[in-house]
Design a binder for this molecule. Structure first.
Ligand SMILES: [Zn+2]
Length: 415
């Protein structure tokens, strides 16, 4: 038996028994009523405390706090390093730490979510899993589906970076390139999955998709209990909201004295959560959970950071609440700043992170300039995914190859 007690609607507060509803609150249109998974913390406190005494091998170390019965699907997600990053810290004027999520099995933090969703799908007897993705969730779901011997269908925007379109196919998934935005892919996935009975992993629709991401917060609470800030990129808002939920839970369970402040970073081409956060900071909370942005949007994001190129973020409400509850902040960075930060992270610390992750680094610099993050504060930057899936973007951040003939002609004298 899992420790899941209920599913609570983020919008109207109505609570459901876990078996009574599969996706969102039926009292609202579409996916507006996101359900939050609630646990019986008193029932699991001792089991979690015992698990914390041992090594953190992967996210299943936190099994008593995850909504999965029996043997989970294992591919090695979680248990990632938190690196001291002194050179990066010097460059940013903070005490920097890098949570290296690039070392997850398919290359991103999405593996934490997929591990939980695919384990649930297998336990419940589903044959087919599906999701819409900007790339990383696709690869992650496909990899975990392969491990679980489930079929996998992926809906992606057709302009995805090449490697992100190849990776899920290599894991045996069927990839459907949708002629449209991520928002279009999301809607199509929702309709087709409902028609054909596929288990839908979609962020902000499947209540369990965010639950694995809490383990990032658990790990940060263990690895950096004295962090002042956690800086993360925001696309749909799920990763930041999930990490914050995990941090709060560890505080509630008595495993963390003080939670850090959350710094959410978006790219200039896709600022919906930032816009909403700024509007709410002025006008008070907005009770929509439908990705409402505070200003009209056509759903077309536009940034080189494809993983956060989300025009209509479905978890904007949750992300904004996490930023507020943590006394945090949101910032926006340009693509040029993202590419600079990508190279900085690589040169300083040997971490090749994708542009979305580099946005978090650039965001710390912006927050320092604004005075939000103070000099010398301890900042954990989450490098959410590897840069190896999008070398075309990274190429814009690096020097050219120096051509040298076999006799060494062309070798610069000053090397
Ligand atoms: Zn509701």
């Amino acid at each position: 038996m899992t420790s899941v007690e209920a599913l609570a609607c983020e919008r109207c507060g109505r609570r459901y028994a876990p078996d009574d509803v599969e996706y969102t609150c039926p009292d609202h249109d579409g996916v507006a009523g996101i359900l939050d998974v609630c646990y019986d913390y008193d029932a699991v406190r001792e089991r979690v405390a015992a698990a914390l005494d041992g090594p953190t091998e992967d996210l299943w170390t936190y099994g008593p706090l995850l909504p999965v019965d029996g043997e989970p699907v294992r591919l090695g997600a979680g248990g990632t390093d938190l690196l001291d990053a002194p050179a990066l810290g010097d460059a940013l004027g903070v005490e920097a730490l890098v949570k290296n999520e690039t070392s997850n099995p398919t290359g991103s933090n999405k593996d934490r979510g997929s591990a939980v969703v695919v384990s649930r799908a297998r336990q419940q007897g589903h044959d087919v899993v599906a999701c819409a993705s900007t790339g990383n969730a696709a690869a992650s779901l496909a990899g975990y589906a392969a491990r679980a011997d489930l079929e996998c269908r992926i809906f992606v925007p057709a302009d995805l970076p090449e490697a992100k379109a190849v990776q899920p196919r290599l894991y045996g998934a069927t990839v459907l390139g949708v002629d449209g935005t991520y928002a279009d892919a999301y809607e199509l996935c929702r309709e087709v999955s409902a028609e054909r009975g596929w288990y839908n992993r979609n962020a902000a629709m499947n209540p369990y998709a965010v639950e694995g991401k809490r383990t990032l917060g658990f790990e940060l609470a263990e690895q950096a209990p004295d962090a002042d800030w956690v800086a993360m990129p925001m696309g749909n808002g799920c990763s930041l909201a999930g990490a914050w939920k995990g941090l709060r839970e560890f505080e509630r369970l008595g495993f963390l004295d003080e939670t850090p402040r959350m710094l959410g970073v978006q790219a200039e081409g896709a600022t919906a959560i930032y816009d909403r956060f700024v509007t709410e900071s002025a006008d008070g909370p907005d009770d929509r959970n439908d990705g409402g942005t505070g200003r009209p949007t056509d759903g077309n994001g536009e940034t080189t950071a494809d993983s956060i190129d989300v025009g209509v973020p479905h978890n904007a409400g949750k992300a904004c609440r996490a930023l507020r509850d943590s006394d945090g902040d949101a910032v926006v960075v340009s693509d040029a700043e993202i590419l600079d930060a990508q190279r900085l992270l690589g040169e300083c610390e040997g971490v090749f992170a994708e542009p979305a992750s580099a946005a978090a680094v650039a965001g710390v610099r912006t927050a320092r300039e604004r005075g939000t993050v103070a000099s010398g504060e301890r900042v954990a930057v989450v490098a959410t995914g590897t840069g190896l899936k999008d070398t075309a973007s990274a190429r814009r951040a690096v020097d050219d190859v120096i051509a040298v003939d076999a006799a060494g002609e062309g070798l610069p004298d000053d090397l």
